[in-house]
Design a protein around this ligand. Sequence first.
Ligand code: PHE
Length: 445
Amino acid sequence: MQIGRFTRVGFILAAAGSAVGLGNVWKFPYMTGANGGGAFVMVYLLTILGVGVTLFLAEVAIGRIARKDAASAFKDLAPEGKKGWKWAGFVVITPVLIASFYTIVMGWLLKYIVASLSSLPTSVKQAGGMFGGMIENNPWEQVFYFTVAFTITFLIVSRGLIKGIEKANIILMPLLFVILFALMMYAMTLSGFGEAVKFLFVPDFSKITANSILAAMGQAFFTLSLGVGVIMTYASALPEHDNLFKSSVMVAGLDTLIALIAGVMIFSFTFHYGLKPSEGPGLIFVVLPSLFGDMGLLGNVISFLLFVALVFAGITSAISMIEPSISYMENYLKLTRLKALSIVGAVVYVLGMLALISNVKDLKSYVTFFDLGFFDILDKLTSMILMPVGGILVAIFVGFVMDKTKLHDLFVEFMGERFFNVWLFFVRYLVPLCVLIIMVNNFLA
Ligand code: PHE
């Protein structure tokens, strides 16, 4: 089947839409808070530059040269005798697993949009009760919001790569920028703003530990949607004449910018109200709503806008998680799009329900294995094992297996000879080494 083509802006927004997600607006701020601020941010930025952009370009190369889904791409680009590489196409399964629990978190965000329309909790304790009550005691409410998030995601993907995914990104991404920008402007008027900027940008190297370095590297990897076939699949629909290097750097730049804006904004609120930045994952679901609840009507407006922005960020990422497997089933297995969507939809829904149940107090024992709830199993399996393995496979494939002249022809006019060689060196040695270190650390931690 012929894959449609993105426009240039369409590709940048779609890839940035995938990259900018809950990872930027939720995970990055709380991880920065928990890991001491500026020094963590510096390692994160360096990793995005060294490992992130390198691997991003490698995935762009595979997708753009093959112009096919991930599994077909590995197969087509592997030289004779190495066709076993087609099995590396398994990476398209990883984002389906991620989507199963990601959609649940999107459901929580939808609930918080609705909650922003009435009275918000006014203390951290009350806010904690609201959050805990929702995920531990209220399965039906969660099933409802999860189903809504699931339906929105699959409806968009069902309309296809261009009419569904590109269009959704062209609408939602600018809206997301506008909302975050407006919130940032407001944050600049708060007394906590200066402290927030200092916290994020003035590194205190005494706070750096081996663990915070590795956490920053892992986060850089997750935030660019690497190692899961997403960037490959989107790149297969790149327009014919596009400066791939410039587009890729723009995507990584936008992703980083949004994470930093979200961080400054969230910490401005946190410091303004004298709260600690190191609250962990509850930062956005517990700490912020309690601040907003204290601010009266303006707080409701800000809360509403923030959670809408988060949902937009989530939707554009969730749709990118589904497309690689759909594209694989359509092109490689020759299924109709509807059939492919039904199969992937059933998997996401069933796994999602099991993950949801694993947070519910009275039911969790049914879906807890080796002391880990199913939600955490999906999270850990994907981020600690499957994503890094996918990343290493991409790096080895591009660095050592694929035809060098094809890569050279694709990139050299945009990068120049010298930079091309540096990039190739990074793909071959730096990326596999860094990813391996992250992985081993994840196991030991
Ligand atoms: N990059 C997304 C985020 O930061 C997450 C993601 C992972 C999206 C894998 C697609 C694939 O939230």
